[in-house]
Design a protein around this ligand. Structure first.
Ligand code: MSP
Length: 522
């Protein structure tokens, strides 16, 4: 770890099923995790970011069968779609885990064997209702009008021998853990949901599937007729990814300072199965599991049959990567459901990005080029109005880390835009173009432009986790020669980082305005 590091921080996304191509829901969690990681790095933490793919189980096996290919070949092909999307989205993950990798299989089998040897896993006959798409069993009373209570699809009656993890015995421990750690499940509404769920009896978890029904999984080490239940396999990725069981000390560096970002539909697996599994192997649960909401599309649930699945690559082609990242984080408060629409996207780009930020940036640079031949002027003594602008940055710098700590991405962006609005107002009120007319106003003009550019430098620094390429562009056009990604909030956020005399670049528009009629939307 870097000697100046504030400590370690571990951030994960769910590992995505490779039964289909990535959509906006996958992009959402991954972008959020990336922003959080980049922000933590900016704060000086040694942040490790893991994402990956969930490649076993019935869903993937079925998808491969339908395409007439071998499951591993199918995974190898699909995983590329995720990896190339993450590259296009500028995702800065430190590792990418695939559950079909040997490093992962080894850990899953080791954990299973250990639990089995200690009597935490036992074999029993099971009769129940099984939902194939959800890959889980339900009891008669769980069913909703005879169908799966989660997805409302048909269930099948199954009777077979299986292996079970003694999850039920951890129920009271889990309740106590949730009650004692108010940041374990966030937002708090989700915490209440799980505490409510735990008021009913918690059953043991079926962790195997007979090979006669499913071949595509990690073989159970103590019974070769079975493979591992896909969720038991998948959840373990979070510890495999940082070297659990490999003898490397990176694991103890990061665990349990972990934040798992997930969607609301996979809350139970992450806040009931996962912590009990961890407790079973003697590990403390992660610090936080944060469940975000779901996106609908133009008011409707996203589904293949409605053909309204939003393909992130297409959005990037139309709007550009940073506009997509910005929209996803700005439009909806993290934790709530939200609606994607092209009109909302275009509105955000034109008003917040092109108008508020982009115009301000080009105006400011153009004035430095026109009035000072491109050299950053030296500020003279500050008037109250100049100081006020500087104070806005100070306030924002103090507030943003608190909001980011709460994963309130949209609030953080609103806060950051306070600098942008204050700077726009400042430029309007100080009217540098008028100051430029009189030689006696030169010192004033220098101060105004310096203050504006310095606000923009701090904006670029704080924007970097959200919009990495835009921030880089701003940073270099402002004449900053340092590497943006080596900046730390405390030093980089200190007022006065711009060096008078350094040359700014000729501005290129950060965000061209979008005309809906010209891009064939609607
Ligand atoms: N493979 C499991 C996760 C295992 S983690 C140990 C899985 N994969 S998934 O590909 O089906 O879904 C991944 C994530 O996408 C989930 O967090 C889910 O909430 C999210 N989303 C799927 N559709 C979504 C929306 N429409 N909106 C937002 N997120 C959505 O579950």
């Amino acid at each position: 770890m870097h000697p100046k590091s504030k400590g370690a921080f571990y951030i994960t996304t769910p590992i995505y099923y490779v039964n289909d191509v990535p959509h906006i829901g996958h992009a959402y969690t991954t972008v959020a995790a990336d922003i959080l990681t980049r922000f933590k790095r900016l704060e000086g933490y040694h942040a490790f970011f893991l994402t990956g793919t969930d490649e076993h189980g019935q869903k993937v096996e079925k998808a491969a069968q339908e395409r007439g290919v071998d499951p591993k070949a199918h995974c190898d092909e699909m995983v590329k779609r995720f990896q190339s999307l993450w590259q296009r989205l500028n995702i800065s993950n430190n590792d990418f885990i695939r559950t079909t990798e040997a490093r992962h299989k080894k850990v899953v089998q080791k954990i299973l064997q250990d639990l089995y040897d200690r009597g935490e896993i036992y074999q029993a006959s099971y009769e129940g209702w099984y939902c194939v798409p959800c890959e889980r069993f339900w009891t008669e009373k769980d069913l909703s009008e005879g169908k799966c209570p989660d997805c409302l699809r048909e269930v099948v009656d199954i009777s077979e021998k299986n292996y079970f993890f003694r999850m039920s015995k951890y129920q009271s421990w889990l309740i106590e853990h949730i009650e004692k750690n108010d940041r374990f499940i966030l937002p708090s509404s989700r915490r209440n949901e799980i505490l409510g769920f735990l008021r009913g009896p918690l059953e043991d978890l079926c962790i195997s599937r007979p090979k006669k029904r499913l071949m595509w999984g990690i073989e159970i080490p103590f019974d070769t007729d079975y493979v591992t239940y896909v969720w038991f396999d998948a959840l373990i990725n979070y510890v495999t990814g940082i070297g659990y069981g490999s003898g490397e000390n990176s694991f103890s560096d990061f665990w349990p300072q972990a934040i798992h970002l997930i969607g609301k539909d996979i809350l139970t697996t992450h806040t009931v199965y996962w912590p009990t599994m961890l407790n079973g192997i003697g590990l403390t649960p992660p610090k936080t599991v944060f469940a975000h909401g779901w996106w609908t599309v133009e008011g409707k649930k996203m589904s293949k049959s409605l053909q309204n699945v939003v393909e992130p690559n297409r959005l990037i082609d139309i709007y550009g990567v940073d506009a997509v990242r910005y929209f996803l984080m700005r439009e909806v408060s993290f934790g709530m459901d939200g609606d994607f629409s092209h009109s909302a996207m275009i509105h955000r780009i034109n008003s917040d990005l092109a108008n508020d930020l982009g115009n301000l940036f080009s105006r400011a640079l153009s004035m430095v080029i026109r009035y000072f031949d491109g050299a950053i002027p030296t500020p003279s003594s500050l008037k109250e109005i100049d100081q006020r602008l500087q104070d806005v940055s100070g306030k924002v710098l103090a507030q943003l880390p608190i909001q980011m700590n709460d994963l309130a991405f949209n609030k953080a962006l609103v806060t950051l835009w306070e600098i942008v609005s204050a700077s726009n107002k400042y430029v309007d009120e100080t009217a540098p173009w008028a100051l430029a007319k009189e030689e006696k106003d030169r010192p004033c003009l220098s101060t105004v432009l310096y203050q504006t550019l310095e606000s923009l430098r701090i904006t670029a620094l704080l924007l970097a986790p959200f919009m990495p390429s835009t921030a880089e562009k701003m940073w270099s056009q402002l004449g900053m020669e340092t590497n943006l990604w080596e900046q730390r909030l405390d030093e980089g956020g200190t007022w006065g980082g711009l060096k008078p005399g350094k040359r700014v670049a000729k501005p290129t528009p950060l965000f061209p305005r979008i005309d809906a009629s010209k891009i064939g939307i609607e």
